[in-house]
Design a binder for this molecule. Structure first.
Ligand code: AMP
Ligand code: MG
Length: 279
């Protein structure tokens, strides 16, 4: 999956992607759901190994960055994919419009504070990329500052990788038609009204500006150490399966191993069996 969905080098044209495609999987929705359930034990095992590894002083960790337009399924991916592993090993952060305090600092300040600890899988629902996407499209920073940020992001991610973090950046790509359907169904469902923001419709009106901002961001920040992956996301089941496989493959490449015990297991076994005071 890593090879299949990895953004190829060169110019990015998001309109050329088929957002209903299911690369690497030729089954239907039911088969896709089964495949997701089937990968869960492996994902759980790998995550637990990574978590255990930290007891040996390892600083390795994973940062899963989820980006996409409103309704692209960032939250659903957190529930269905991150939800497959032990919550204790996760650090999940959603990034909304920055607070006054956050705005008083460099854009990476709040990001650094949300990074996973060793052994954890960090998940970002939106991220530092909003600072070259929403901020660019809404004109919240000048061109020179946006330009500076691409380099700052690359330096930041290279530093993360250097210190043991695997960075997995996924763009969940939906079509404008699919977004319209999803926004309409949110409007039809009172239990989803809390998710609606007037800015969703404003952002949708600037779809082509966002697409252009995404294309530039992907071109400028898909690096050897932290490449982008483009996930066709009109089919929710495929999106979940693809991100689960990307995460599984990433962890499998890291190949975390069960650490040896910190105690003399045989000595402790004898103590338990021979000197047990509770018998
Ligand atoms: P949601 O993901 O639906 O909770 O919406 C979060 C909102 O916060 C979106 O409209 C984002 O574009 C916005 N947002 C996130 N990060 C930033 C940022 N750095 N600057 C401006 N807006 C942001
Ligand atoms: Mg929203």
């Amino acid at each position: 999956m890593l090879e299949l969905l990895r953004l190829p080098p060169g110019e990015v044209d998001l309109a050329s992607y088929d957002t209903r495609a299911t690369p690497g999987f030729d089954g239907d929705k039911a088969a896709g759901r089964e495949a997701l359930a089937a990968v869960a034990p492996e994902l759980g095992d790998l995550q637990e190994r990574l978590y255990a590894e930290r007891t040996t002083g390892s600083t390795r960790r994973v940062l899963l960055v989820l980006q996409g337009m409103d309704t692209a399924g960032k939250g659903g991916t957190v529930r269905h994919v991150a939800g497959l592993v032990d919550p204790q090993g996760l650090r999940i952060t959603g990034f909304g419009a920055p607070s006054a305090e956050e705005l008083a600092h460099d854009f990476l300040w709040r990001i650094r504070r949300a990074l996973p600890d060793p052994g954890q899988i960090g998940v970002f629902d939106r991220s530092h990329y909003e600072d070259v996407l929403a901020v660019k499209v809404r004109g919240l920073a000048d061109d020179a500052e946006i330009e500076r940020r691409y380099g700052a992001i690359n330096d930041f991610e290279a530093e993360l990788v250097e210190s043991g973090t695997r960075v997995l950046k996924c763009l969940l790509l939906i079509s404008p038609d699919e977004q319209k359907e999803r926004l309409l169904s949110r409007m039809d469902d009172p239990t989803k009204h809390w998710k609606l923001a007037a800015s969703d419709i404003d952002d949708r009106a600037r779809w082509s500006d966002y697409a252009a901002a995404y294309e530039t961001a992907l071109e400028r920040t898909s690096t050897e150490v932290a490449p982008w992956y483009v996930v066709p996301a009109d089919r929710k089941w495929y999106r979940n399966l693809a991100v689960a496989h990307l995460l599984r493959d990433t962890l499998a490449e890291m190949a975390p191993v069960w650490p040896p015990s910190q105690v003399d297991v045989e000595a402790e076994r004898r103590r338990l069996l021979e000197e047990d005071p509770i018998s």
